[in-house]
Design a protein around this ligand. Structure first.
Ligand code: ARG
Length: 407
């Protein structure tokens, strides 16, 4: 009788390689490995694909997800200026639902009842994988081998791998756990687990230290059309092409490092380092253009929506009705976010120094203190009178009860 099948999210590392053998031997399943290309650096995906077959997978697929990642995921993330805890632009949290979408498609195509991932039992990614899987197909059964064998030490895992013929990397392992894609890199573990230790230079690959950044700084103009980046310094380009270019410019000027203590969904505070030069610069520019083009109440209301959006996506609820509804709100706000922003990079900083748009709501006549002033000061007096009415009534009442000036 044919064995049941499992689709495995495969990365080519030791953990997911051991997963292949473990699923075959412990669960008696045929393994189909799926490697997603979401723009991670230094990865020969054909090599990774072959490796899964060598370990024992009956089928192995490398799927290019990069354009979809930009068009469907990063575009929405940018519309929501998404930053978890105001600092982390959701690098890993954004790729998981996309990878899951392909895993579920493959499960349907190959008639697999199971999907497996190689996440540990302590992080957010296990939640993201599993919640996204069940949101797309509630009947698929999830297997989490690494969580099941979490009791193993690294050495025990290596022994198991050697005993079962899984190739173990001979080069010295990096002490860090790294996840990366087009939007940036997430670095954890090793010395970083001590929150007092300064992150060593060798964790970074996209950014220079600001000490090493050139003394003259650099300007760049980024243009947006309906909220989506569409040109750099006047040269038309897709959002997809703008990301690495912006990352390069920001990175060489020492901008784009984040070192934070983050609250994971599973309740743990963890020390996280991110390298996100392109993402942070693009979000900064996008916000600056929104400041110019969005009506005040929309802009203020959107800040709350953005925070909720980031929380939902961080917490694995990409495929959920609230997240979809918030996307609808954000998309409607982007219709007039068209224009240019000039960024200045200088030794680790990135600031907006200019913005313009055909849809600008900035009115020189209203804002200026020069003679062109068209603002009606007389209406200001009446406005203040009514705006302050409730607190004036309150102050009188406090005086009557002898508690003037106190809340
Ligand atoms: N803490 C981040 C998040 O939850 C990054 C996790 C990335 N995973 C890793 N293996 N480094 O989104």
């Amino acid at each position: 009788m044919a064995r049941d099948k499992v689709i495995l999210a495969y990365s080519g590392g030791l953990d997911t390689s051991v997963c292949i053998k473990w699923l075959m031997e412990e669960k008696d399943l045929d393994v189909i490995a799926v490697v997603g290309d979401v723009g991670q650096e230094r990865q020969d995906l054909e090599y990774v694909r072959q490796k899964a077959l060598e370990v024992g997978a009956i089928e192995s697929l490398a799927i290019d997800m990069r354009e979809e990642f930009v068009d469907e995921y990063l575009t929405k993330a940018l519309a929501a200026n998404s930053m978890y805890e105001n600092k982390y632009p959701l690098v890993s949290a954004l790729s998981r639902p996309l990878i899951v979408k392909y895993l579920v498609d493959c499960a349907h195509e190959y008639g697999a009842d199971y999907i497996a991932h190689g996440c540990t039992g302590k992080g957010n990614d296990q939640v993201r994988f599993e919640v996204a899987i069940t949101s797309l197909d509630p009947d698929i059964k999830v297997l989490a081998p690494v969580r099941e064998w979490d009791l193993l030490t690294r050495n025990q895992e290596i022994e198991w791998a050697e005993a079962h013929g899984v190739p173990v990397p001979t080069t010295k392992e990096s002490p860090y756990s790294i996840d990366d894609n087009l939007w940036g890199r997430a670095i954890e573990c090793g010395i970083l687990e001590d929150p007092w230790e300064e992150p060593p230079e060798d964790i970074y690959t996209l950014t220079r230290s600001s000490y090493e950044a050139p003394a003259e700084g650099e300007y760049v103009i980024i243009s947006f059309e309906e909220g989506v980046p569409c040109a750099l310094d006047g040269k038309k380009m897709s959002f997809y092409d703008i990301i690495p270019q912006m990352s390069e410019i920001a990175g060489r000027n020492g901008f784009g490092r984040v070192d934070m203590i983050e609250n994971r969904l599973v309740g743990v505070k963890s020390r996280e380092c991110y390298e996100v030069p392109g993402a942070l610069a693009i979000i900064e520019a996008h916000k600056s253009l929104e400041d110019l083009c969005l009506e005040r109440e929309v802009l203020h209301y959107k800040l709350g929506i953005e925070q909720k959006w980031a929380d939902l996506v961080y917490n694995g609820l990409w495929f959920s009705p609230l997240k979809e509804a918030l996307d609808g709100f954000c998309a409607s706000t982007q219709k007039l976010v068209t224009g240019d922003v000039r960024l200045q990079f200088y030794k680790g900083s990135c600031v907006t120094v200019g913005r313009r748009s055909d849809y600008s709501l900035y009115d020189y006549g209203l804002a200026t203190y020069d003679e062109d002033d068209s603002f009606d000061r007389n209406s200001a007096a009446g406005f203040i009178d009514l705006h302050g009415l409730p607190t004036r009534v309150w102050a009188r009442q406090r005086r009557k009860t002898g508690q003037e000036g106190t809340v």
